[in-house]
Design a protein around this ligand. Structure first.
Ligand code: HEC
Length: 205
């Protein structure tokens, strides 16, 4: 019994130390609470992510079919943020797309939590897990309250190639438009089957 209790104490001390070590001094940060989110909240996160993904895919495919990939760039630049804000308003959440290698540095970088989750997605895919429908969620505590955080992988699939594939296979017109609009573009040369980015959803509980 006593051995059991001291093991528990050690486990507690180690967890506490790790939590301390993980903390950035001076920067308030999200603490995982270890809580399971309410079912309905998690279902909303999944639904909102699906709405964003389907909305983007629909607009993208329509634009590519009707006017070609060059015109579809406009969808990614202007229509996607509109879809993301509409979904965000509908769910009372922040819903958007992020990446470890963003094209648009003003919208595309994730915060520290999102970057860690995307690194874990990369590792899971490298270990052979399928990226389709790969997700991660946590309830986190922040200075302004408790939040449900949810992310789902956006895998690199063939339709993304026209704008995120190997540089030499991207058409000249798209390449020059991308160079003009995104001089700091990091979102090319992504192999099919890898993680292009993720949908991220954050809502106060
Ligand atoms: C017609 C060209 C085009 C196609 C096709 C395309 N994208 Fe993009 N993508 C863009 C552009 C342009 C941006 C930057 C949008 C902006 O200004 O915020 C972008 C941004 C993104 C972002 C946001 C993070 C970042 O890099 O800035 C993700 C995630 C993303 N694309 C994933 C995909 C996936 C997955 C596919 C395939 C299903 C795809 N894209 C297909 C052009 C495209």
């Amino acid at each position: 019994m006593r051995a059991h209790r001291s093991r528990l104490l050690i486990a507690f001390a180690v967890t506490f130390l790790l939590a301390l070590l993980a903390g950035v001094p001076g920067a308030p940060r999200a603490q995982a609470t270890g809580e399971e989110p309410p079912r309905a909240a998690l279902e909303d996160a999944r639904k909102a992510s699906t709405e964003l993904v389907n909305g983007v895919r629909g607009e993208l495919l329509k634009a590519i079919e009707v006017s070609g990939p060059l015109r579809a760039l406009v969808v990614c630049k202007y229509t996607v943020p509109e879809i993301a804000s509409a979904v965000s308003r509908k769910y009372g959440a922040r819903v958007t797309r992020v990446s470890l290698t963003p094209r648009n540095p003003s919208l595309g970088w994730g915060d520290a939590w999102e970057q860690r989750v995307m690194m874990s997605f990369d590792e899971r895919v490298a270990r052979g897990e399928k990226p389709d429908a790969m997700e991660h969620y946590e309830v986190v505590a922040e200075p302004s309250g408790r939040f449900l955080r949810y992310m789902r992988v956006l895998p690199m699939v063939p339709v993304c190639m026209a704008c995120h594939g190997p540089r030499e296979t991207i058409s000249e017109s798209i390449r020059s438009q991308l160079a003009h609009d995104y001089p700091h573009d990091k979102a090319v040369n992504v192999p099919v089957g890898k993680v292009r980015g993720a949908v991220t959803y954050k809502k106060p509980l």
